[in-house]
Design a protein around this ligand. Structure first.
Ligand code: FRU
Length: 611
């Protein structure tokens, strides 16, 4: 009896609580707690944003955005429970003049409504006409592309038109961890300075917006006009299908094709990458058949009806976990009039140093089938585009000028991308690179990823300029720019014919350092970031990566770009590259060079601070 009474009392209390709005919510935000895991938030007034408080360690809560009672969209946000890490903006401007109600399903374990009511998120939701994106992060790169706020992974849909480089990217506009996949968008006239643009693609009934590509439809094959920007991306719902979009305003906004999806398969397939084949007069599409470790090749007259032509990859190269983000293009071979086809195949995990990496195959393509070249032993070799740990999902721009094949990657690794020590945003892109092929001493063709020519414009003051220096056991030490947080470009030619190993150490006074060692006999350059700064956020972060140097005579050239949280090393103008993140507590201040055994020399050492 007593128990029944207590229960009745509790139910009455629950009812009362549910009916009375929380008093502490901000003006224009009315909160009704309906149950332990369900809350309605009614919004009034004409503000541009509702700022949602996030606590990163929480699970995602589901927010159904109802406009005049109809579901407009669903987003997932880690709403703050006991502390607010940061805010994310829900745009209200499109709903002006309409009733907006958020129907929120929280995932936090709750026993009573009273407990749910105490969550920090309810009283911290704020209406505002502005959202402050001023940088708050010590590790935000200065000259690498980053999202203004929120999570970013793969570069997507890149195309060049009318002097503008368009870069879309996998983006979570509601938090700094992977979720709510959408296409963010930035544009640049010089591949260095990026202007943030409005969100380009958002999830719809077919699913969230995974990676894909854009191309200019020069001949109006799809019917959206000459030179229309047409995109293809993966709709990720219960299944992965491919959806077509087109733009009437040069890629600022997109329309969704009403007969989507245009490609459906029975197994996971994603990241469509298409290009116009002028020989065959048709569209070519490469699609990652992720779990099957193969790339599917489709053709189409109009980007809407696609015919499967072939598959490449079964049992070839590094197989890893999943194959993702393909690209296929023709490249010139340096110093010849010849060209070859290159198939880019990002894979994760299974990279040479763990986690994500980009492999590629050199071969021929006849419009239907890609055939990889074999080496002297008749095998198809596994080749890597970058020998660091932080180079993934790299693909190229469509329609780049002057026949350039310019690529950009995601500068992170799925092993720890969500754990790196930033919060306002997560992840940057690599520097852009221009590709060609070169023939190495082993007779094989390899990718050369040279820093894009635009990057030379980054140079500010020349702070070290040494024509020649002999290098012995004792460190020769040079200063990095102090007023500039050590952000710089370092160039040098290394002559190690009389030595066996040369060490290059980039360090700060606290002893945090990156140690690079050129091993002449092994023809390798290693990059050790185990003591580079903060490394303990993931057991996979401390690492030594090793690259072949492709030289034959003990001479290499190095071009090193240091930003707030990355070091990119280009050897022999891109014949080998290492891209690695670093998080020093304080900026690096010195470069020291020594040789443990025998004499070496460096020539034309130049250190430029970067603007
Ligand atoms: C690669 C990837 C793609 C997918 C996207 C989702 O990093 O897994 O295959 O489209 O990320 O964000």
């Amino acid at each position: 009896m007593n128990l029944i009474k207590t229960c009745l009392a509790a139910i009455t209390m629950l009812g009362a609580t549910a009916l009375s709005p929380s008093l502490s919510a901000a003006d224009g935000v009315k909160v009704d707690h309906l149950g332990v895991n369900n809350t309605l938030v009614r919004i009034s007034g004409g503000s541009r944003y509702l700022l949602l408080p996030v606590q990163e360690s929480n699970e995602d809560d589901r927010i159904d955005v109802l406009v005049d009672g109809r579901l407009d969209k669903t987003i997932y946000v880690k709403l703050a429970k006991n502390k607010v890490d940061y805010f994310v903006p829900l745009e209200l401007a499109p709903y002006k003049g309409h009733e907006v109600v958020l129907n929120i399903l929280t995932t936090q374990g709750r026993s009573t409504v009273r407990e749910a009511k105490d969550d920090a998120c309810w009283k911290n939701m704020t209406l505002s006409d502005t959202f402050d994106t001023t940088n708050r992060e010590k590790y935000r790169p200065v000259y690498h592309h980053t999202p203004l706020y929120g999570w970013m992974n793969d570069p997507n849909g890149m195309f060049y038109k009318d002097g503008v480089w368009h870069l879309y990217f996998q983006h979570n506009p509601y938090g700094s961890k992977w979720q709510n996949m959408s296409w963010g968008h930035s544009t640049s006239k010089d591949l260095i300075n990026w202007t943030p643009e409005p969100l380009a693609l958002e999830p719809n009934g077919l699913g969230t917006v995974f990676s894909g590509s854009c191309a200019l439809d020069t001949n109006n094959t799809a019917g959206y006009g000459n030179d229309a920007v047409v995109g293809l991306y993966t709709s990720a719902g219960a299944s992965q299908t491919q959806s077509l979009v087109w733009s009437k305003d040069n890629g600022r906004t997109f329309e969704y094709y009403d007969a989507n999806p245009v490609i459906t398969l029975e197994s996971e397939a994603r990241d469509p990458n298409m290009f116009w084949d002028d020989n065959a007069k048709q569209w070519e599409l490469i699609l990652a058949h992720a779990l099957d470790h193969e790339m599917l090749i489709f053709t189409s007259p109009n980007m809407k009806e696609w015919t499967l032509q072939s598959a490449f990859g079964k049992g070839i190269g590094a197989q890893g976990g999943v194959w993702e983000c393909p690209d296929l293009f023709r490249l010139p071979i340096d110093g010849t009039d010849e060209e070859k086809w290159v198939l880019i195949c990002n894979l994760n995990p299974g990279g040479p140093f763990g986690g994500s990496a980009t492999q590629y195959f050199v071969g021929d393509f006849d419009g239907k089938t890609f055939k990889a070249d074999t080496d002297k032993e008749g095998k198809i070799p596994t080749k890597w585009m970058d020998f660091g740990k932080d180079h993934y999902a790299t693909v190229s721009w469509s329609d780049a000028p002057d026949k350039r094949r310019t690529v950009i990657g995601w500068m992170s690794n799925w092993q720890y991308a969500a754990e790196v020590p930033t919060m306002q945003f997560r992840s940057a892109n690599t520097l852009p690179r221009d590709l060609s092929l070169f023939k190495a001493a082993d007779g094989e063709l390899y990718l050369c990823s040279a820093p894009s020519p635009e990057l030379s414009a980054l140079r500010d003051k020349l702070i070290v300029n040494v024509r020649r220096a002999n290098i012995g056991k004792k460190n020769a030490t040079y200063s990095l720019p102090a007023t500039n947080d050590g952000i710089c470009e370092i160039l040098m030619d290394v002559d190690a014919r009389k030595a066996q190993k040369i060490n290059f150490t980039i360090a700060n006074k606290a002893g945090e350092k990156v140690l690079m060692t050129y091993d002449i006999a092994a023809h390798t350059l290693s990059f050790d970031r185990r003591e580079s700064g903060i490394v303990d956020f993931s057991q996979d972060f401390p690492a030594v990566t090793v690259s072949p140097t492709f030289e034959v005579n003990g001479k290499i050239s190095l071009r090193i770009f240091i930003d707030k949280s990355s070091v990119e090393v280009f050897g022999n103008n891109g014949q080998f590259v290492m891209t690695n993140l670093v998080f020093p507590e304080n900026p690096y201040t010195t470069l020291s060079i020594s040789s443990a055994d025998g004499k070496a020399a460096i020539e034309n050492l130049k250190i430029y601070s970067i603007k």
